[in-house]
Structure formats: C-alpha cells, structure tokens
Design a protein around this ligand. Structure first.
Ligand SMILES: Nc1ncnc2c1ncn2[C@@H]1O[C@H](COP(=O)(O)OP(=O)(O)OP(=O)(O)O)[C@@H](O)[C@H]1O
Ligand SMILES: [Mg+2]
Length: 197
C-alpha cells in the first residue's frame, strides 16, 4: 500500500485532513516524504491538496518545486490577504504549495495563529500536508503537533536509534499529537517509486 493509503487507513475511518510530517532530528527525509504524501493523497482527492512548508530551520519545498520562498506562510500569517498570492500552482495539477516565506522563528503566539489559518484552510482543501521541524528541535516544534488531525513521523532507518524515535514519539504524544504512522525512510532495499521519476 502507498504511504498515503497507509496513513489514511491508520486514521481508522476518521478523516485526517491536516497532517504534520515530522521526524526526530534533521535530515531524515521530512521534505521528501511530505511531497510524496501530498502527491499520493492528491490522487484520491476530489479537489486540490495543499502542501505547506513550516520547516523553519530548513525551508526546502520551494526549491523542490522551483518557486520563490516569498510570499509564503510567514507573510500570510501577518496579512491574510496575501494568502491567495502565496499559494502556488505546481506541476501536479492537484497539488498547491504554500512555501515558508521569509524566515521566522516559531513562538507560541505564532503557532496559535498558524492553527487558526489551518482551520480556515480546511474549508478549502481536502488535505493539508505540512512539512514541519524536527520534533526534538525545540518544545515549540513538538507543540504544533496538537493542531493537526494526525502526525506522520519520518525515520531514517539506518541512522535513527529506537531510543531517539521513542523520545520523539513521547514528546508528540505529551502535547496530544496523534501519530498516524511512522514512515520508514531510506530502507536499504526499498526506495519508493516516486524517487525514480
Ligand atoms: N527514500 C529516500 N531514498 C533516497 N534518498 C532520500 C530518501 N528520502 C530522502 N532522501 C534524500 O535525503 C536527503 C534529505 O532528505 P530531505 O531533505 O527530505 O530531509 P529533511 O528531513 O527534510 O531534511 P531537513 O531536516 O534538512 O529539512 C535529501 O538529499 C533527499 O534527496
Ligand atoms: Mg526538509
């Protein structure tokens, strides 16, 4: 089953409309997994899927999709009228991208206004996939998990120790984040088909 299919069945019939993609540490494949998940979900969706870059320390989605970083999420949170301009079309007709914009740091106030924006975007998009920061990066990074219907935890198989993964899982659960599934990334004998395209 695909990554998207697996995560949807993990939500046990309850539609997980907003999904945070995180990992314990940097470089485990969050951005790659978030993009793959958005493409996967778009295939079964009736309308467009929104992919959002909220990876503060490493905003990369705009590079992957070949668009400018600004205006993006940060600007849209300051002035909601920027949102239409900030959301870009991509090569996948069913995937829209909201890049991060000008860099900022996550604060609790920022996270709360992000949560409000997510709630209003839910009325327009069937799925919203967010590339987040690593859960162990800071307490604010993990705290945003509570604003999502579900969390996908990306693990780089060969590198991440179980203890570190458990720490990330506990941190997400401690803020009431619902882990939908663990994405086992970079398995030696298995590279998802999407990377060959
Ligand atoms: N399944 C995979 N197979 C092979 N290479 C992969 C896979 N997933 C990711 N990579 C590669 O690993 C590197 C890190 O991936 P990616 O940028 O998605 O990680 P990240 O967690 O978003 O990193 P950061 O913490 O810097 O944001 C990239 O060069 C990417 O192309
Ligand atoms: Mg990234």
């Amino acid at each position: 089953m695909s990554l998207a299919g697996n995560l949807l069945s993990a939500s046990k019939g309850q539609a997980a409309q907003t999904i945070l993609v995180t990992s314990s540490r940097r470089g485990e494949g969050r951005t790659t997994a978030a993009a793959a998940l958005a493409h996967g979900l778009a295939q079964g969706a009736s309308g467009p899927v929104l992919l959002v870059d909220a990876s503060f320390s490493s905003p990369d989605l705009h590079k992957l999709f070949g668009v400018t970083a600004s205006p993006g999420l940060v600007e849209a949170l300051g002035d909601v009228s920027v949102l239409t301009q900030a959301i870009r079309l991509t090569k996948d007709p069913k995937v829209r991208l909201l890049p991060l914009g000008d860099n900022a740091a996550i604060t609790e106030a920022w996270a709360a206004s992000f949560a409000n924006l997510l709630a209003s975007l839910k009325e327009e998009y069937e799925y919203i996939v967010v590339d987040g920061t690593p859960a162990l990066a800071s307490s604010e990074a993990a705290a945003v998990a509570k604003y999502f219907d579900g969390v996908a935890l990306v693990v780089e198989c060969a590198r991440t120790k179980w203890e570190v993964l458990n720490l990330a899982r506990d941190k997400i659960r401690s803020v009431d984040g619902k882990i939908l599934g663990v994405v086992m990334n970079k398995r030696r004998f298995y590279v998802p088909r999407i990377f060959y395209r």
